[in-house]
Design a binder for this molecule. Sequence first.
Ligand SMILES: *Cc1c(COP(=O)(O)O)cnc(C)c1O
Length: 223
Amino acid sequence: MTISEALGRIRADIAEAARQAGRDAQAVRLVAVSKTFPQEDVREAIAAGQRVFGENRVQEAMQKFPALRAEFADLELHLIGPLQSNKAREAVALFDVIHTVDRDKIAGALAAEMRAQGRTPQLLVQVNTGEEPQKAGIAPREAVDFVARCRTEHGLAIAGLMCIPPVGDIPALHFALLDELCRRAGVAERSMGMSQDYETAVRHGATLVRVGSAIFGHRDYPA
Ligand SMILES: *Cc1c(COP(=O)(O)O)cnc(C)c1O
């Protein structure tokens, strides 16, 4: 299957899952996760009409995207990987949406950079819904307070929440938890669902699905 065919199939799946859930398919945005894949593959996706891309490393995105952005003014770039505060400057300069705010240090660093650069990327808080020690994200029980603290202490508007369910768990349980936390925090965007489970995520209210290998093919390393 070509990248273009894969995108067509995934868009159709999203529309069907939305229809089944009584949702508007327009409310779901497909983030094409291009990490580890070369610029030519991104170009192929652009030629197929895709404009929203996700990368999980600031450095890799800085190599791949500035040239494409200069050519395609309507590209939208999302940071979906963990952010270190010493990369906040580059992240604010390059990304339109950052999915991985998960602690006060990062919130403070982003707030300072947003003031300095006059740029306001949309921000989501990553929630470690499986409470896995090795995984980034704020604990579920702290998520609602953290969103409030981003507003009151850091002056940051948080648009939504993001999660990555543990491998081997039933993803629907994590999507339902994220949906509930979004309600309680009063935020609209739900970033959830990847190649294996994006249809389930759409049925549980995802507004952003992050799909990589189902579009671009198998990755040799998880990066
Ligand atoms: C790599 C990655 C994805 C995409 O994963 P696939 O299984 O290839 O669709 C989604 N979200 C995050 C945070 C990722 O790092």
